[in-house]
Structure formats: C-alpha cells, structure tokens
Design a protein around this ligand. Sequence first.
Ligand code: PEP
Ligand code: MN
Length: 337
Amino acid sequence: MIVVMKPGASQRLIDHIIERIEQLGLRSHVIVGTERTVIAALGEKRDGAKQALETGDGVDKVVPILAPFKMASTEVKQERTEVAANGLKIGGKRIGVIAGPCSVESREQILEIAAIVREAGATGLRGGAFKPRTSPYSFQGMKEKGLELLAEARSQTGLSIVTEVMAPEHVKLVAGYADVLQVGARNMQNYPLLEAVGESNLAVLLKRGPSATMEEFLLAAEYILKQGNTRVMLCERGIRTFEDHTRFTLPLATVPFLHQTTHLPVVVDPSHGTGKASLVATMARAAVAAGADGLMVEVHPDPEKALSDGFQALTPAAFRQMMAECRQVAIAIGREL
Ligand code: PEP
Ligand code: MN
C-alpha cells in the first residue's frame, strides 16, 4: 500500500505513520516528493491495515500498489530516478555512456582503451575482471589484478568503473575497487547475489536475463531495492529467441515499457544484444531514439586480439563514429550525450 500524506504534513506526523506501519508488521519506505510525501508500506497483505492507516493524522489516502514489484513501480514513485556514481550519471537529460572491453586483459589494454573512450565522451569504463564464461576452458578474467588495473584506469581518467560481480562472497572485494557493481544476465535471478549487492552502498547495473520476462526482471530489481539500495539501473542486453542472425535479439520496446512501469533508469547494451560489431552502432542509435538513459558498449583497442567477445567489440574509430551519431539522435529528441 501507499500512504499518501496531505501536502505539507509535518515530519512529526510522517514519523508517526512510519511507526504505525512498523507496528502493523510492515516495512516502510519513505519517498519525499516535491509536493507531498508518500510512504510505501510493504509486506504481506494484512486485514485492517488499510483502515488503520487511513485514519492517521496527516494522511490523505491509502492506495494499494497493484504491481508485484513495489519499490520499483511508478505507482510508488513517479519522478524518474537518476543514478549517480561519481562522474557517471544515468537517468537525467544527458545519456550516460559506459564503454570499454568485455574483459580487462592487461595494463596496456585497459589504460589505452580508458583514455580512448573518455576522449570520445564516455563517463563510465566497463571491463570484466570476474568473467562468466559459457565454457570453463575460456579465459575467466584477471580477477583481483583486473580490479586493480580498473582502479588505476579510474585514477588516470576519472571514469567511473563498472564491473561484474559473480558471487555474494566477492561483493566486498569488488566493491573495494568499483563504482558500479554489474550483475550479469546469467545471475539475474541469483537471489543471494541480488541481496548482497542490495546491502552494498554502490550503484548496481542489473542486466536482464536472456529468458526473463519484464516482471521477473523488475522483481529481481526489487530484491536489490528491498535491501535499501535505491541506486539500481536496469540493462536490456537482448533475449534468446529462435533468431540466429544475431547472438541475441535486442527488444527495444523494453525501453518505453520500462519507462511506463518503473522510475529506474534504463541502459541498453547493443554489443551483447547483437553480437556483431557491424550492427552495434545502428542499434545504439535506435536505443537512444527509443529513450534509453544510458548505453553500455564493448570497445577494444584491437578487437581481433580480444580474449573475449572480440567479434562484437567496436574499434576505437567505430566507437567515435557511434558517439557522434548517437549525439545527433539525442539532440533530435531533446536530450544530450
Ligand atoms: C558482459 O557485460 O560482458 C556480460 C557478460 O554481459 P551479459 O551478462 O549481459 O551476458
Ligand atoms: Mn562481453
């Protein structure tokens, strides 16, 4: 339920309602709006709770939250959420770009690409140090050494570091180096991991599972929000279909749909979404046109030599070109990049 307070309700009345919610065995989550405060009362449905809260001083009305994902829903918060992680800002007028290699491979590679993507206008540097690979024989990432190199790239460029965490027991380690914790597509429904990143104080980029519905995606985000971490970004990265001309199928209707159902910012990853470098820039432009708040793109100084996902990585020149084109589309729809 959402308890909508009357405009100008005092802090004392708000605190009293919070106390009442907690006495009813529910969790409270306060959202301070420009005009009025609303308090979400979350938990199992309880008889009489609505009436008990409705009669409280300062309460305007109590309305049920229909969506199964409560804190992520626009029913609870209409204003769009902007997630900031140092210089990286996603969810405002300016579209944030997170770019970099699939994996951190060496000091030279990550420092070189960091300087290139920064120069081209990215504000986030991606790079996996812990890599989820389909085959156990594939390169698994540089692990902590990779994290150290990412931190070095941040200190040279000021870029915010976005890197994947694969296991709850690694959250503390990765959070020691990263600005944004990435939960990969394969882990979208790893509930202990979602709770662990929800307990950290870093922003989280949650990637959609390749076979997850929108409801499952938003409920996964809800696991993170419920732990008190409100800095969640949703990332569409393509789903599995019968189609095989692309690695995955990139459904861009996800962007306006999510903008209708959630206040969380939406990022699109056209690299994994297509799996082909030649298709990435066009789909990045389409994502911007569809209203994406951010882009996540794989770029490598020498894609042919990449240790993972080289076939979908842009060269530095192709990335610069993509940025210039996306900027034009952003301007056309009243945004910036
Ligand atoms: C990645 O970002 O490199 C990655 C592994 O992505 P996903 O989890 O979407 O497959
Ligand atoms: Mn990759």
